[in-house]
Design a protein around this ligand. Structure first.
Ligand code: PRE
Length: 114
């Protein structure tokens, strides 16, 4: 089998052009979401290192509360379901906290070895 690019004309064969156009747009949006998430995780990794170095807790419920309120409001303005926006943030933040905890553990182990 030969390699096929991510978006192939073969994928679009035999489907209505309008559907193909919309799927192309969806693929672009999905790509943007992946790049945006990667940037967000790069930033939160730096936060995790900083927190580990200073012995700060992985999670900050007050900050999360403010983020939820802000994103729910943004979602309303953008005509997106605020409940979905809150769930998405919770999903992402849970992963960030997992990373923070792993970084804190690594940092504690490094300290013990010194
Ligand atoms: O802002 C922080 O303190 C973070 O660790 C980042 C972040 C986030 O992903 O936005 C993650 C965990 C905290 O509970 C709050 C926010």
């Amino acid at each position: 089998m030969t390699d096929t690019p991510a978006t192939t004309s073969r994928d679009d064969d035999g489907i209505p052009p309008e559907l193909a156009r919309l799927r192309h747009s969806i693929d672009n949006i999905d790509a943007a979401l992946i790049y945006l998430l990667a940037e967000r995780f790069k930033a939160t990794k730096q936060v995790g290192v900083l927190k580990a170095q200073r012995g700060l807790p992985a999670s900050d419920p007050g900050r999360e509360e403010r983020q939820v309120a802000r994103l729910r409001e943004l979602a309303r303005t953008a005509d997106l379901d605020p409940v979905f926006a809150e769930k998405l943030l919770a999903f992402i933040v849970a992963e960030v906290i997992r990373h923070h905890e792993a970084l804190a553990q690594d940092h504690a182990q490094d300290q013990q070895q010194d």
